[in-house]
Design a protein. Sequence first.
Lengths: 115, 112
Amino acid sequence: DAGITQSPRHKVTETGTPVTLRCHQTENHRYMYWYRQDPGHGLRLIHYSYGVKDTDKGEVSDGYSVSRSKTEDFLLTLESATSSQTSVYFCATDDSGTGGVETQYFGPGTRLLVL
Amino acid sequence: DAKTTQPTSMDCAEGRAANLPCNHSTISGNEYVYWYRQIHSQGPQYIIHGLKNNETNEMASLIITEDRKSSTLILPHATLRDTAVYYCIVLSGGWAGNMLTFGGGTRLMVKP
C-alpha cells in the first residue's frame, strides 16, 4: 500500500460537464499514472507524469487533460464529459528511479457515470 | 511491448496450488514478465515479476520457460481470498517508467 487515495470514489455527472478526479499519494513517488478500466479492455493508460509539471499522453488521452503542480497530487480532468467516459478510473504511482524494473501501486479507483 | 495470451478463466480448489499460464511468444530479451491481480472492485495488486530465472516471494512463484516464450504463476495454497482476475504483462523498463497495459487476464475462482 503506497498511501494512495482517490477522490471522489463515486461520481455521477451529466454529459457536457467538466469533471476533475484527484489522486493523492504520501510516498513521494516520482511517477504517477491515470488509467481507465472498462469491461473487455483491461486497464488502458490515459496520461502519466514523470515529475512536477511533466506529463505525457497515454494510449487513450483524447478528451482528458492532467496536471501535476505538486509531487503528491495528480489531477485528471474530463473537459466535457461524454457517456463513453463512463468507466472506473485508477491512479497509480511508481517508485522507479531512472528506469528499469519497478512496480506500480494502485489506488482504490473512482467509479464515474456520465449520464 | 510483447503481447500476452492467457486463458479466460480457471477454477481451483481451496488449499490446492493454482497454476496460471501465460503465453508471451514474442517477448524480447530485455522484457520482463510481470503478474498483477485484481480482486473485485479493488485496484490491481502487484504479485511478482521476473526476467528469465524463476522467482518466488511471499505471495507466489513465477516459472519462466527456458526460451521465455511462456510462464506460469503458481499460488501454492490457494485461498478463497485469491479469487481475482490475474494479469500477465510483458514490458521493458524505460525512462518514463513502465506503462502497464493489461489485457483480459484470467479469472481465477477458488472454490471451497
